[in-house]
Design a protein around this ligand. Structure first.
Ligand code: PEP
Length: 347
């Protein structure tokens, strides 16, 4: 990641959770990720649940006492490139906007593979999404055969060139997701170094559109991302987030990935000298308060000691022997590592 691009973690629910369970999952994601104020979080339910999920998220937002930085966006998983017409069974970008989606995943490899979507078709959709102010997450990625044939970068180049010019008008509005097909749903994840090579190449291609587009566009990695492999990937300079399939169906598993992004973003921001995030500031404030309480306790203990010295030895109450670095009332050690506090927070 890079301190100047806000990370994005998007969950692709695929053909799952299309009814009431979508609201339960969306609510859990919204609740559990509410403190990740350095991360954009998006969920992509099936079409049938978009309106209900958008409504659920709005309700959750209203019930949470946090506004700045909070929010879960809703994405569709596909759309037609025309706004309306005789296309039975299709859904258009304006319809998605009306339903409450603000994002759309385009050209996912499952659509390219099973529904014969082409580079040209994906580009038409990207253009239509941008025109409708729906933020496209355009997926690219090589198959195992293409990788083994040494064609990875050529395939990526062809796929990115097909749509990249459409990103010119609003740098940063569109997103690219690099998803090696062999890593999707297989448990095999690209090594951070291999993924970084492809991401860097994608950014180079975007620079042909403009430097601004290259710098502003977030490039996500997708393919078996989980809580335990996310940090290594997200630490790569050109990996700006993740598109998550399987792990996004479990709110806790998904939240671990969001937390990983928050932790990496926090570290980068600190290195840049940026003020701490709201969450980190709250943890630091709590530590300061505990230190102040302990200082008071220590000073009380000293006063009591002086009295004892003046009045002669008496049995001091055990609470006076509390060491100044621990808090007797809470049992919390203010010296607790703040990183641990962030990582293991109860949200
Ligand atoms: C996906 O479908 O976009 C994806 C990355 O799936 P998974 O995380 O399950 O590999």
């Amino acid at each position: 990641m890079n301190p100047f691009r806000r990370p994005l973690i998007a969950g692709n629910w695929k053909m799952n959770a299309g009814g009431q369970e979508a609201c339960v999952l969306a609510n859990a994601v919204a609740e559990k990720t509410r403190r990740a104020d350095r991360v954009d979080v998006v969920v992509a339910p099936p079409f049938t649940a978009i309106a209900a999920v958008a409504h659920e998220i709005e309700e959750t937002r209203g019930s949470i006492d946090v506004d700045e930085g909070f929010g879960v966006g809703v994405a569709a998983q596909n759309m037609h490139h025309l706004a309306s017409g005789a296309f039975t069974g299709e859904i258009s970008a304006p319809m998605l906007r009306d339903a409450g989606a603000t994002w759309v995943i385009l050209g996912h490899s499952e659509r390219r593979q099973h529904f014969h979507e082409t580079d040209h078709g994906v580009a038409l959709k990207a253009k239509a999404a941008l025109e409708a102010e729906l933020r496209p997450i355009v997926c690219v990625g090589e198959t195992l055969g293409e990788r083994e044939g040494g064609e990875t970068l050529a395939v990526i180049e062809r796929q990115v060139r097909a749509f990249m010019a459409h990103f010119a008008e609003s740098p940063g509005f569109g997103v690219v997701a690099y998803e090696p097909v062999w890593a999707i749903g297989t448990g095999k994840v690209a090594s951070p170094e291999d993924a970084q090579i492809v991401h860097a190449r994608i950014r180079e291609l975007l620079a042909e559109v403009s430097e601004e587009v290259a710098e502003a566009t977030r490039i996500l990695y997708g393919g078996s991302v989980k809580g335990d492999n996310a940090v290594g990937l997200l630490e790569q300079v050109d990996i700006d987030g993740a598109l998550v399939g399987g792990a996004s169906l479990d709110a806790d598993g998904f939240t671990k990935i969001v937390d990983a992004a928050q932790a990496v973003a926090e570290k980068l921001a600190e290195e840049e000298g940026a003020p701490p995030s709201r969450e980190r500031a709250a943890v630091e404030e709590e530590a300061r308060e505990l230190e102040a309480l302990d200082a008071d306790a220590a000073s009380d203990a000293r006063d009591a000691g002086q009295l004892i010295a003046v009045d002669g030895p008496v049995d001091a109450p055990t609470s006076m022997s509390v060491p100044p670095t621990s808090n007797a009332a809470t049992g919390i050690d203010p010296a607790t590592d703040l990183d641990d506090a962030v990582d293991h927070r109860d949200v």
